[in-house]
Ligand binder design. Structure first.
Ligand code: SF4
Ligand code: SF4
Length: 307
């Protein structure tokens, strides 16, 4: 029988769940009514997503307890917490057999990146709307993927939207989350870290990341051996342009300081933007800044020196 528009291809899910999920995520993002900058001619917020997968029991997730902190949860720990708190445990009869992770990157459109390039302190109105109006889209993709998987008789949860998600104050006055989308994206083969602290994907680092865990095996996407393979600064000492491009002095040869970044956005940049009268078209609770992801060789691709 001919499938209706929007009908789920459940046969494909049974034979190739990764392709099914990749198709579903791309289709959702490209057709979502939330993927529009209503204040900017309704143009899209993001382009077609990149999608990657990992085995939730891959040792890399346990390593994150050393890299980030013991509190960083593995996919299996999150799945166990999620299932044990379900009041109605449909179809859950014993232990969890397999755990899969799907991660995606939503690339900002070319037009938004171009405008942000020339913004003196970052946070052009278009970039600002992509950040704050876009949140509804970014969260809805996670809700869609998790509910889609549950409809297909899996248990599935978006860690950052779960009740287990926490951001902790760390010694040295910095904050760390117990589910790092960037490290998870690396584990799922979406890219590697840049000196700017962002994930350099095949569509660059001007992307928004999201992920969902499920109790279904997903075939891992191959990943680069080194966590920093795509940033020339780490491979041959070249580039380093993000250091100068950050007007908040938050990036150095040692990488990105999240504390310095936050301090700049809160204490310095907001005042400059208001004094210059550039805040009139802005939305959201705080300044947004894209100077470490735009106007750089890693903005929309893996820099050639690193390939
Ligand atoms: S600007 Fe250059 S050094 Fe900085 S993250 Fe991008 S590629 Fe790496
Ligand atoms: S590190 Fe922070 S202040 Fe510096 S460019 Fe990036 S977002 Fe802006």
């Amino acid at each position: 029988m001919k499938k209706q528009a929007g009908e789920l291809d459940t046969d494909l899910f049974q034979t190739d769940p990764c392709r099914f999920l990749e198709n579903a995520i791309k289709n959702y993002v490209l057709t979502s009514p939330l993927n529009h900058l209503t204040a900017f001619d309704n143009s899209p917020i993001v382009d077609e997503p990149l999608v990657g997968f990992a085995d939730g029991d891959d040792p890399i997730f346990r390593e994150l307890k050393t890299v980030i902190g013991e509190f960083h949860l593995t996919p299996r720990e999150i799945m166990e917490k999620y299932i044990s708190e379900k009041r109605w445990r449909f179809g859950v009869t014993g232990g969890i057999d397999r755990v899969g992770v799907v991660s995606w990157a939503l690339p900002l459109t070319c037009e938004t990146r171009m405008i942000e390039r020339s913004s003196p302190f970052g946070g052009s109105p278009r970039y600002n709307h992509s950040r704050w109006i876009g949140i509804r889209l970014y969260e809805s993709v996670e809700q869609y993927v998790a509910s889609l998987l549950e409809v297909l008789r899996c248990n599935a949860v978006a860690p950052v939207q779960s009740k287990f998600f926490e951001i902790k104050q760390m010694p040295g006055d910095w904050m760390a989350a117990n589910w790092s989308e960037r490290h998870v994206a690396y584990a799922c083969g979406l890219g590697t870290f840049g000196l700017n602290g962002l994930m350099i994907t095949s569509r660059g680092c001007a992307v928004y990341l999201g992920s969902v865990i499920c109790d279904r095996a997903l075939t891992p996407t191959p990943r680069a051996e080194s966590r920093v393979a795509y940033c020339p600064y780490f491979t041959d000492g070249s580039c380093g342009l993000c250091i100068e491009h950050c007007t908040g002095s938050a990036i150095s040869k040692d990488g990105r300081s999240n504390i310095a970044c936050l301090k700049n956005l809160r204490d310095v940049q907001a005042g400059k933007v208001i004094n210059l009268g550039l805040d009139k078209e802005l939305v959201g609770p705080a300044p947004a800044c894209g100077r470490c992801s735009t106007g750089l060789p890693c903005e929309d691709r893996i820099p050639s020196a690193a390939t």
